[in-house]
Write a protein that binds this ligand. Structure first.
Ligand code: MG
Ligand code: MG
Length: 269
C-alpha cells in the first residue's frame, strides 16, 4: 500500500533528510586516507544523537551500524569496519535518521584523494542519472519513467550497468515503504505518481557487469566482477511541475570542498 503524505508530514521528512545530509557532511569533513568505517560510523551516530534523533539503520533488520559504508566494489550495505581507506578509493556512505516520527534517507559517494579518471566518470554519471530520475518524478508520470531515465543515461549514453537486485523505495514512518523504485524500467509503466508520494531514488551503477552477490555477513553487496560501483541517493516529494528534493547534497559538497583529502565532482556533469 502506498501512503501519501500531507505537506506537514513532508516538512518533517525534509527535516530528517537534512539531518542525514548534515551527518554525511560531518563524515565527509573527516574522511582521509587511513580513516576507518568504524571511526566514521561512531562519529555519525554521535552526531545524530546529539541532534535529538536516532540512527535510522542501526538495528533495522539487525543491521549493526549507523552508516552503510561501501568501498569500491561494494555496491551498498557495507558494514563499517576496521579497514583503512586508501588514496584512490571511492566510498558510498548511506545514512538514515529517525526523528519526529519520520525517516530521512540519502547517500553520497565520496572520492578519496586521486581517483582513476574512469571511476571519476562513473561517479559523475551516476550522480547525473539521479537528477535525470528526479526530473521524471512528477505527478502524472509513472514509476517506470524514473528507471527508464536512469537506465537510458547510464547504459545507452554511457556503457555502465544498472544494478537490478536493489531498488529505491517509499519513505515515511517506515524506512522502506511502497512503492519500489527501480533504477531500470520502461517509460509509461508502473505506478502513476501523484502529489504526496515521497520516494528515495538511489541509482547503483557499475563500471563492469551488473551482477552482484551478497557476502556471507548477510549484508554487504559486491559486484560480481569486483569492479567499482557508485551510488547517490535523494529523498524527494512528487509535485506537479517538478519534484521537491527533500535531502540536500550541497551541504555535503560544501564539506567536500573544504576537505583537501577528497576530490570534488560537484561541478561536473
Ligand atoms: Mg539510503
Ligand atoms: Mg534508500
Amino acid at each position: 500500500m502506498v501512503i501519501y503524505k500531507t505537506n506537514e508530514e513532508i516538512e518533517l521528512i525534509r527535516k530528517s533528510c537534512l539531518l542525514v545530509c548534515e551527518t554525511l557532511a560531518h563524515v565527509g569533513s573527516m574522511i582521509k586516507p587511513g580513516s576507518t568505517g568504524k571511526s566514521l560510523d561512531k562519529a555519525a551516530e554521535e552526531f545524530i544523537r546529539s541532534n535529538d534523533a536516532l540512527p535510522g539503520f542501526k538495528g533495522y533488520r539487525n543491521f549493526p551500524a549507523t552508516l552503510c559504508f561501501s568501498v569500491n566494489e561494494v555496491v551498498v550495505h557495507g558494514i563499517p569496519g576496521d579497514k583503512e581507506l586508501n588514496d584512490g578509493d571511492i566510498v558510498s556512505v548511506d545514512c538514515g535518521v529517525f526523528m519526529n516520527g519520520f525517516f530521512g534517507d540519502a547517500a553520497y559517494t565520496f572520492l578519496v584523494g586521486e581517483v582513476d579518471p574512469e571511476v571519476v566518470d562513473l561517479c559523475v554519471a551516476t550522480k547525473t542519472s539521479l537528477y535525470l530520475g528526479i526530473e521524471a518524478a512528477v505527478a502524472g508520470n509513472r514509476i517506470g519513467d524514473i528507471g527508464a531515465a536512469i537506465q537510458d543515461f547510464t547504459e545507452k549514453t554511457h556503457h555502465y550497468t544498472v544494478v537490478k537486485d536493489l531498488v529505491g523505495h517509499g519513505v515515511g514512518r517506515n524506512l522502506h515503504e511502497s512503492p519500489e523504485v527501480p533504477n531500470f524500467g520502461k517509460k509509461g509503466k508502473g505506478l502513476l505518481m501523484k502529489e504526496g508520494l515521497v520516494i528515495a531514488i538511489e541509482p547503483m551503477i557499475n563500471l563492469g557487469v551488473r551482477n552482484v552477490y551478497q557476502s556471507k555477513d548477510g549484508w554487504t553487496i559486491f559486484t560480481r566482477d569486483r569492479k567499482p560501483s557508485a551510488h547517490y541517493e535523494h529523498t524527494i516529494a512528487v509535485k506537479k511541475a517538478q519534484a521537491d528534493i527533500l535531502s540536500d547534497h550541497t551541504i555535503i559538497e560544501d564539506a567536500i570542498k573544504k576537505n583537501p583529502n577528497l576530490t570534488d565532482i560537484s561541478e561536473k556533469r
